[in-house]
Design a protein around this ligand. Sequence first.
Ligand code: FE
Length: 142
Amino acid sequence: MYQFKEVKPGTFVLSLDNHVLIADALAAFCSQNNILAGTVNGLGAVNEATFRFLNPQTMKYVDKTFSEQMEITNLTGNISQKDGKPYLHLHITASRSDYSCIGGHLLNARINGACELVVENWPGATIGRRLDEQTGLNLYEF
Ligand code: FE
């Protein structure tokens, strides 16, 4: 699913396998390497990406999948814990073949090409999540 190297203490460089789902591979990496809190950034190429938009008026989520080849111009996010499992909060900007970009909150995306990530672990830190009724968001719980 991935290969990785710890380039300095707490900093990991990952190369995800082609055709895997980014969020699945990153969650597996965090579980397998006991990373409970930290940040992630990356780039790569995908041919399917599902975004999520929360309408604050209706408090309803709208998910939309784009099935086309896109470059990840930026993937940024953080890693925490919810219900004993890795909780990834990921945002992405991706460029289409005409070089226009789409972006937003990323649920998942399928690699078609490569995906290179840098994970910063915060050793010893545990950060949870709790559902905030007012916003409908899973906010950090310190
Ligand atoms: Fe978000």
